[in-house]
Design a protein around this ligand. Sequence first.
Ligand code: UDP
Length: 356
Amino acid sequence: MKKIITVVGARPQFIKAATLSRQFQVQGIDEKIIHTGQHFDANMSDVFFQEMEIPKPAYQLDIHGVSHGAMTGRMLEGIEHILQIEKPEGVMVFGDTNSTLAGALAAAKLHIPVIHVEAGLRSFNMRMPEEINRILTDRISNVLFCPTDTAVENLKREGYDTMPIQIIKNGDVMQDAAMYYAQKAQLKSDIIRKIGVNKFVLATIHRQENTDNPDNLKQIIDGLTEINKHVQVVVPLHPRTRNILAQNYRLPDFTIIDPVGYFDMIMLLKNCDMVITDSGGVQKEAFFFGKHCITLREQTEWVELVNNDYNRLVGSDKNLLAEAFSYFKSKTSDFSLDLYGKGKAAEKAVEVIAKL
Ligand code: UDP
């Protein structure tokens, strides 16, 4: 039986991995998971394994709370050691975190094929750690699963179509997850009753360019505070942002809750009026659940959302945020466009992996 090692470490990777793990089981491929430990809190990690029924990691590296270099280096060493023991036929990595790069690099140096899920995305902002991670990971991957046409075009522009690798547009595994778990979330989640409002804007903030830049963070807080005067703003707050807020600011008036599990997040997305976020994944999930999204960044990898007027980029400018809020408040859109493959991405990917 073919053996694949999957490397995960951060919240969005658990969600992506869940869809692939299920397909590996369906298609009879032996998968072992390495959890690097990048995200480790119960509500940033365990809850996703439980709710989404992701197989328990075979290896836990428990690496977190250190600088980017130290983290990536320790992960590289830990993963290399496991790969030498396990000798898998492929190593699968997701997205753009330090865990992604460490997994890809460890495998490539051992001549084990690297499978990159969510390949080809670019923000063209080399100050983002994610952009560095994804470019380097793509370059040493053997199978590049692209979620969108834009991702495929980005790779072609960089000359990848002349290399002995496979570039496959399979769609977005996050849409698979959203579609598969929506019904379970409806049955299991109690979050709407708990927050006690049925008219609200859902916001998330955690990108380093916002949390680590006091001017940006202050503008965002001011912008959300202003919107909160019109409609309640609910923020499941990432631990990084919570720590910075607690140290530097008076806690704002809008509703801050702890990070929620995926089922609760789905229900928040389904029931909110609009989404405001600097997350990559949440921009798409807004679209999956038929909501407009204001993105607190200067660029996005998900350009098709902006081009189709579902999403507006406002950076951290509170005036642009207010403008986008009033624009989307009165706008209705048709969200049925097929931009991300409609829930078949993992199935397509595993069919290709089975034939490697
Ligand atoms: N998410 C969640 N609970 C939260 C906030 C986010 O389950 O409190 C989910 C969200 O629905 C999406 C993923 O986490 O599927 C996005 O992760 P994040 O925003 O941390 O990372 P990014 O997508 O920006 O890499």
